[in-house]
Design a protein around this ligand. Sequence first.
Ligand code: AMP
Length: 408
Amino acid sequence: MRICVVGAGGREHALADALVRPGHDVVVTPGNPGIPCSDPTPPEQVAADLYVIGPEVPLVDGLADRLRAAGRLVFGPGAGGARLEGSKRWMKELLVDAGVPTARHGSFTDPAPAVALLEALPPPYVVKTDGLAAGKGVLVTDSLAEAVDDVRAKLDGSAFGPAGSTVVIEEGLTGPELSLLCVCDGHRAVPLAPAQDFKRLLDDDAGPNTGGMGAYSPVPVAGPDEVDEVMATAVEPTLAALRRRGIDYRGVLYAGLMLTAAGPRIIEYNVRFGDPEAQVVLPRYAGDLGRLLAEAAAGALSTEPSWDRRAAITVVLATEGYPQSPRSGDPISGMDEAAAVPGVTLYSAGVGPGRTSAGGRVLNVTALGADLPDARRRAYQAVSLIDWPGMHYRRDIAGRAAGMEVHA
Ligand code: AMP
């Protein structure tokens, strides 16, 4: 099959890699200078048997609808389904309607009732933008004053522009987090291997939220029973609620969960592969990913996913100043040496011409190993070979799950 992957980051590089493996012919549009099969031609003008849309922004903007209207086979929800990610308020309403367990919450356009709800809740306080904010629109804090300031900055447009014109306030939940990415064909959903990502910038989950600083798979706390429970209590009822609204959801439904003492709770839905979760889930896919995605796109899933038993971890290498004001243009050294470490693959998130840093997240160093400690050793060995001025990464990715001291 000729497959067109839409997007420009490490997730799309990992998608391309997993699709090329069983022999498909892949083009990534627009891609980036670090992804070999990149092509700047807009997806509408690329001839392909299957279109796989990576990022949320084109999905929310209706790219899947436009391609389908032109008769193309598309993996990715239309704008109707993509509202699950495009509006947290709408997503929360759908969860309540579907009876899916989630944090208690309220949605507000005025500061006064939002502050009143914050004052009525115990810490930690959770304030989210309704609209898309590249994973950075969520504040979790123990400080009521900081939460109140954040509500005001979001609602008056100074923090996130129109994305913050509605805020969602949530009860703070505690427990291990889990990302369960499911492939949906409109009626049926099949779970992919569970993953866990690391959203905060700094070790020990300190610093601001980012697009994601690393991930690993499998997840020791998420066995088959936990996955079955999430499918039965969250994913399947959500797909049914979408169908009741006339939405034929064909694409990834990514359930972001917290495994609380009272059971799993949905904290977010995304409508595409996670970035960087894709970089640890897709290398472990043992079947023909193109076939699985094409079946889902056609509304006729029949393949059961199968998995490489090895573990995977990915460490995100970011630039100085990320996420607020990333610096670009520094020459990157050591990429070839790092890629030569057995089990290691480099995915290019923001590599510019001539191997320079271009954007906040630059490289994803992914390693497969016999188990998590082995994968972790290989990934950090490769990381130690790469450098550029101001390069930053977390040293504790998968540290706890691998049974290690979190500081590598
Ligand atoms: P989201 O973009 O909604 O997934 O939120 C980003 C991160 O904020 C999550 O990965 C959690 O670490 C944290 N978070 C979101 N909602 C809650 C909540 N209700 N309670 C505690 N932490 C949360």
